[in-house]
Every structure is written in C-alpha cells, then in structure tokens.
Design a protein around this ligand. Structure first.
Ligand code: GLN
Ligand code: ZN
Length: 769
C-alpha cells in the first residue's frame, strides 16, 4: 500500500506500559515497604523514577502522547476504587489513618480485616481487586493520584493522556459488598457514579489534560440492552459537560459488537478499537456504522498481548482502510502493554533465529512509531523497516522450528478413534476397580507437597553450579522419600511424588519440550508484586525424551500403593504461555497433546496405573463472547482426550481443576472423559458436587474438603461434614476425598495436620456407609 504524504498526521500512542521496571524495582520497593525496610518516601521516589523512565523510553522511541495514571503500586482497578471513594467499611479507618497503608490493606488484608477479592482481568493472566459496592455506597471523587501523575508528566514537558477505567466497566466488574443481597446490581449505581467521574475529569482538565482515555473493555463482552443503554447514557451525560477534556473511549480484547454503534454515536471526541485478530469484525462493523466522522480513531493494530513481531505491511493496509473512516487515525497496541514483558533484547539465551521474531513492550513501541511514520509520511520513509520486517516474518514462516514435518504429519493423522478411550467409562471403571482395589471414598492429594526453602535452594545451587546434577537429583530423591513415607504413615490411598523437581507446573514441561521456550527476564505482572514468566510456544512441539517418568517410577519403587503420574494438560500449557499467532490455537493444543500422550503412554508402560493430567485453566480460557465458546471447548476437550486416550482401560485417568465456578463448563468436564476429577469445593460447601449431579455427571469426582488457600487446618469433623454433604450429590462408589488443590504453597506442619484430618474424615464416613 502507498500512502500519500502531507495528507495525514498519524501518531503513535500506548495505553499503558509494564510497571515493575527492568529489574522489578517496584516489587522490591513495595515488598521492602511492607517489611519496614523501605520508607514511604523512598517507595514514592522509586515509583516516580520508574514512571519517568517509562515515559522517557516511550518518548525516545517516538511515542507522541504518553499514558499517565496507568502506573500502580498494586492494581489499577483498586486505584479506581480509591479514586471514586469506594472504600469498604472495614478498610475505612486504615485509609483515614494512612492512605498508603490503607491502600495495601485493601489489597492484601491485615491480621484483622480481609482484603478485597481478587479475580482475573478479562481473559488475561492479570488479576484485579474486585470493588465491593452496595445500595449504601456513597462515591466521593479523589483525583489526587491521577492529577499528580499528570502533573509529573507535564513538568517533564510531555504530552500526557491520563488513562482511567471507565465507569461502565468499573461497575460491571464490581460485586455486591459482604452483607448486600447477592442479586444487587452495581450498575444501578451509575447515576451516583457519573458526577464523581465528571469531577475527576474536570480536575484533570484544570490540571492541563487535553485528552483523557476511559477504558471500557467490559463492552466487548456480551451485554444486555439495558447495559448498553447505561453505556449510552453515561457518555451522553459525561459528553455534555463543558468542563471536561476531550474523551477517548477505549475497548480491547475482543470486538465491540452491539456496543460499537452505541460508542460511535456517543458525544465524545475519540474511540480506540482493537483491530487484531482477537477482535475480528471491528473493521467491518465500523464501516457499517459509517465510520467516525469528525472523530479521532485510535487503531490497536499491534497485538498488546502476545510477544510476536507485527506484520507491518498488513497493519499498514488496515490503517489505510481506516483512514477513510475517521477524521484522524492514530496507531496503538491493541491494549495496555502491561500484559507483555519489557524488553526482548534482554533474552540473550534465546536462539537468535527465534529472537528476531520476538517483540516485547519496547519493541512493540518501536513498531507503533514505524507504522505511524509510514502512515503519515508515506511508506517510502520506512522502506528499511519494512524490508527487515518482511525478512523476519519470512524467516519465521519458513523455519524448521515452526514447521517440523514429523510433528505436522502426526497431528494431521490423528483419527477420531485416537481421541477416545478404547472402552466407555462404565466398562473401564470395572477394570480399574479390579486392578487398583481401592477402598470406598479413596483418599489422595492433588500433586505438589510443600516447596520448601531447601528445595528452592537446591535449584538455585544447581543453577549457580554449587551442586551438580547428581547432587541435585539426590536432594530430589530424598524429598520424594519423605513425601512417600509421610503419605503411607498418614494412610493416603493414592500417593503422589510431590513434584519437588518442578519450579512451575508449565515451565517445567516447557523447558523439556522442543519448540517451547522459557525466558529469563520475561516477567509479567500477575497481581500486586507477583510476576510470572510465561514460556513461549514458539514452534512445532515435540518431546525429545520422557519428562516425568523417572521421578514417578522412583516414587513407585518406594511403595506398594499406587503413585499417580502427574502432568499439566494441553489447555493449561497454552493458557499460561504466550501462544503462537501463526496457526489456530487448536493446532498448537493438539501438538502439545500429542507430546503429552507419549508421556502418558510411557508412564503406563513403566507401571503407573493412575495418571493425572491437570487442567486448572480450562474455564479461564473461555472466550469473552458466548458465541465463541463452543469452538473453543471443542478443541480444548479434544486436546485433553488426545493426551489421555491412549491408555489401557484399567489405567485410571484423573484430572484436576480449580479457581472457578464450573457451572458453564460442566458439559466440557464431561467431554474430557477423565475417570476421576478433583475440584476446588471447600469454600462453596461442595457446590460443584451439586452442579455435577444436576448435570448427571457419570464419573468419579473429588470435590475438595481442605481449603489450601488458607493456613487454617480443617478438623476431621469439618472435613467429614463436607464429605457427607458431598455424598448427598455423589454416591459413595464415585466420591473421592482430597484437598482443593496442590500443597506447594503451604507449610509442612499444616499439611501434616490437615491430611491427617482428611484421612480420619474418610474413615469416619466410610464406617457410616
Ligand atoms: N498438580 C498441581 C499441584 O498440585 C496442580 C496445581 C494447580 O491446579 N494449579 O501443584
Ligand atoms: Zn488446583
């Protein structure tokens, strides 16, 4: 495409940037503050320095408008709660005594008060703190943080654009406060909230903001007509104010659908839309409403959620089409760059062939600037960049890493029969019973045992060369011996080896599979000061050699009881990694599934009779729009079955899920065709058992009776009561007894006492049958 110069001014911008700093300085400062090692002033100074550094990076790269207010000590939704004065009663005193300590009390709780609940930010792996609202909530504007950060940027001579969570999204992400009726709808508070937003906007305008961005990602989800009307009303109302800056309404993560005409008609000056594949349909829908005459369109053409270089020519073509649809078109990433690591050039260990395909936040910023230049000054001004980009893309498309003929042939040849167990559940369960000879209400755990300081030290020693592989293996073996002997003594029926060799349930496998890449510095904020380093699914996936067999067989050699093999399922591997964007997710899932299938088969051949394939992420990867659910669940459940269906009828396949309401995926759980599923259930008092029963779920299930997210030790009586509740929904022949999730975050004494309670409970209830 060629764009005529002098006709267009397009600029590059971003909605947000990684907050933690190159060496996670923010994490260190915040955690230091919590421990009393860092003063409040020092923390503030570190934060200001990080903001300044980020803005400097952006401006140096050529970004025109820089975001402000996207920085956060903990979470931007929590910041919004503070901005609108939605502080729960129980945190009021703390906030009044000291705003910073009160803020952290809302985030983390204190000895006496519970924190806000935390949940996932749309379908990302970022977690936000859920606002608690009720009919008595009185909002009060506090624009202090926003105004201060705006002024910081202005003082540096920058063109800042404050970014706020929009009022509709804020309310739709909220939940009824404790003690408020569960059917209370926070959106009914809109009329009370709008004047507070108006006041913040007026303050920002008075402080010098030309533009303010209001993020409304909740509008890319399925919305009722009433919710869309509320959005229309909100922006009619805010738009009508005369004391406000120009407003940019931003959406991302998916298509706007029915919300697009609503926002296009709103009396605001700009709209930001996602034009990546995740939001396919936005372009046509925008054309269908006649574009945005007289408005500014910010076009999210660079994917803000993955780590791949952009196809610059494709983006320029999209931008060229958009030029005809708005008054002014600016170039942006599809969403905040919060969701990607900072700088790909820090990854010095990555194969240089792959490194050229990677773009983290810094590299994406450069892409945006290149695109804006190409768009406004003509593609002739970016010929070198385009040529380099074309070569990088071609190297990826033609690479043996992304195209392994053996992997592709195998994936293409999977037959329907290979996706099904050789016998239906009612038959194979008999074979399993005969083979395993377990008591009624068998006890087991979910896999991991406490990841002690010694284990972490052993890994660090290995990395630093202080011990060799043999020395490390010895430490792991000693740990396995302890875990096995403890379980035998406690009276657990189906044992685990405890996963001491695993740093992380995804990374451990990523490091061993060909085509999968672990990063060294690719940190992404998960919540607060917690960061994860998602591995990268870079190429076709194959398994050079068994990954877990030796540890499982070692554990099995120590006991007569069955030891469960323990693997991470294909859907979870994808959900907690950066995925390929050059083939459908289902294809990647199938490749991972086939590698796991070999592992499952090898475990079986080595004498493992029970194999668990964890899929805790099955529910959280559900697409944002209901119309896309069926297609996702079809490939996701098939991938699970591909990984597990190769075993004999008498080998028992387990799966595990947590972190979720399961209501809308019970059919999918059924479609996994696992013999046994363990689920998180303690806090909901076995709700999931009732949901499975209502669905007619025919297989075995272990709804958790020990809440591993709490240091509390359950009594045997509590656990027995939960089991009795479980028995009301699931018959004794199909009920298992287990904790909610793995034990790796707990301490040994708690685990010992809790599992003793669990075994006593199982024995007590067995005696009542
Ligand atoms: N097997 C894993 C463990 O026990 C499962 C973890 C999870 O569900 N997140 O740690
Ligand atoms: Zn779990």
């Amino acid at each position: 495409m060629t764009v005529k110069p002098e006709t267009v001014t397009a600029r590059a911008t971003v909605y947000g940037y990684p907050r933690q700093g190159q060496r996670r300085e923010l994490k260190q400062a915040v955690e230091g503050y919590w421990k009393g090692r860092v003063t409040a002033d020092a923390l503030r100074a570190t934060a200001a320095e990080l903001r300044r550094g980020n803005w400097q990076d952006l401006v140096d790269a050529g970004i025109h408008e820089v975001p402000t207010g996207d920085f956060s000590y903990y979470d931007h939704v929590l910041d919004t709660s503070v901005m609108v004065g939605a502080v729960p009663e129980r945190h009021r005193a703390a906030i009044e005594a000291d705003p910073l300590d009160g803020y952290f009390a809302m985030a983390r709780g204190t000895q006496d008060v519970a924190p806000l609940e935390m949940t996932k930010w749309f379908d990302t792996n970022y977690h936000y703190l859920v606002p608690e609202l009720g009919p008595d909530t009185a909002f009060v504007a506090d624009s202090g943080k926003q105004v201060a950060e705006l002024k910081e940027a202005l003082a540096l001579g920058l063109t800042p654009r404050p970014v706020l969570v929009g009022p509709i999204t804020y309310l739709l992400l909220s939940k009824p406060a404790p003690g408020v009726a569960a059917d209370f709808e926070p959106l009914t508070l809109l009329d009370r909230l709008l004047p507070v937003y108006a006041e913040v906007l007026a303050d920002l305008r008075a402080a010098g903001a030309q533009w303010v961005q209001l993020d409304e990602p909740a509008l890319v989800q399925d919305r009722t007509p009433a919710e869309l009307n509320a959005a229309a009303r909100a922006y009619r109302d805010l738009g009508a104010r005369t004391d406000r800056p120009q407003l940019l309404l931003a959406s991302y993560f998916d298509r706007l659908g029915d919300a697009l005409p609503v926002l296009a008609k709103a009396p605001v000056e700009g709209l930001a839309l996602d034009f990546t594949e995740a939001a396919a349909g936005n372009l046509d829908a925008l054309a269908a409403v006649g574009g945005l005459p007289g408005k500014r369109l910010v076009a999210g053409v660079v994917n803000g959620r993955n780590i791949w270089i952009n196809d610059l020519e494709k983006s320029l073509a999209t931008l060229g089409t958009l030029l005809g649809l708005a008054d002014r078109v600016d170039v942006a990433a599809s969403c905040s760059l919060l969701h990607v690591p900072l700088d790909a050039t820090l990854e010095r260990d990555v194969d240089p062939q792959i490194a050229r395909w990677l773009a983290f936040a810094k590299q994406k910023t450069t892409e945006l600037v290149t695109l804006a230049r190409g768009l406004s000054q003509g593609t002739g001004t970016i010929t070198a960049e385009l040529a380099a980009n074309r070569a990088d893309l071609a190297s990826r498309a033609g690479s043996p890493i992304t195209h392994d003929p053996a992997v592709r042939a195998r994936a293409a040849a999977v037959t329907e029969a290979e996706t099904r167990r050789s016998q239906p559940y009612p038959e194979r369960t008999l074979a399993q019973r005969a083979h395993l000879k377990l008591p009624l209400l068998p006890t087991t755990t979910i896999g991991s045992f406490p990841q002690t300081g010694e284990l972490r030290a052993a890994r660090a020693d290995l990395r630093a060369g202080r011990i060799d592989t043999a020395g490390y293996d010895e430490r792991i073996k000693t740990e396995i011996q302890e875990v096995i002997s403890f379980q035998e003594k406690t009276g657990i029926d189906v044992l685990v080896h405890g996963e001491p060799e695993r740093n992380d349930m995804v990374q451990y496998f990523a490091e061993q599979l060909t085509g999968y890449l672990a990063t060294r510095h690719g940190w992404v904020q998960s919540y607060g000061t917690r960061h994860v380093r998602p591995p990268i699914l870079a190429g076709d996936i194959s398994r050079p050699e068994p990954m877990t067999v030796r540890w499982t067989t070692y554990a099995q050699s120590l006991t007569e009881r069955p030891v469960k093999g323990m693997l991470t399922g294909p859907v979870t591997m994808l959900a907690w990694s950066f995925v390929r964007d050059d083939q459908p997710l289902g294809d990647t899932a199938r490749q991972v599934a086939l590698a796991l299938r070999d592992e499952v088969d090898d475990l079986e051949a080595a004498g493992t009779s029970v194999i668990q394939v964890d899929e805790p992420a099955l529910r959280e990867t559900l697409p944002l729009r209901a119309a896309d659910h069926a297609a996702y669940l079809a490939w996701a459940t098939e991938a699970f079955r591909v990984s597990t269906a190769g075993v004999r009828p008498d080998t028992q396949i387990h799966t595990h899920m947590c972190y979720a309401e399961f209501g809308d995926v019970v059919q999918a759980i059924d479609d996994l065709d696992a013999d046994v599923i363990s689920l998180e259930a303690t806090r909901s008092h076995m709700q999931v058992a009732r949901e499975l029963a209502a669905h007619g779920y025919p297989r075995e299930a272990g709804p958790g009776v020990y809440d591993i997210h709490s240091p509390r030790v359950p009594s045997a009586q509590e656990a027995a009561d939960l089991l009795r509740t479980g028995l009301e929904a699931i018959p004794a022949e199909r009920l298992w007894v287990n904790p909610d999730c793995g034990l790796k975050t707990r301490d040994w004494p708690e685990v010992q006492a809790s599992l003793a309670s669990l075994v006593t409970a199982a024995r007590t209830v067995r005696a009542e049958l």
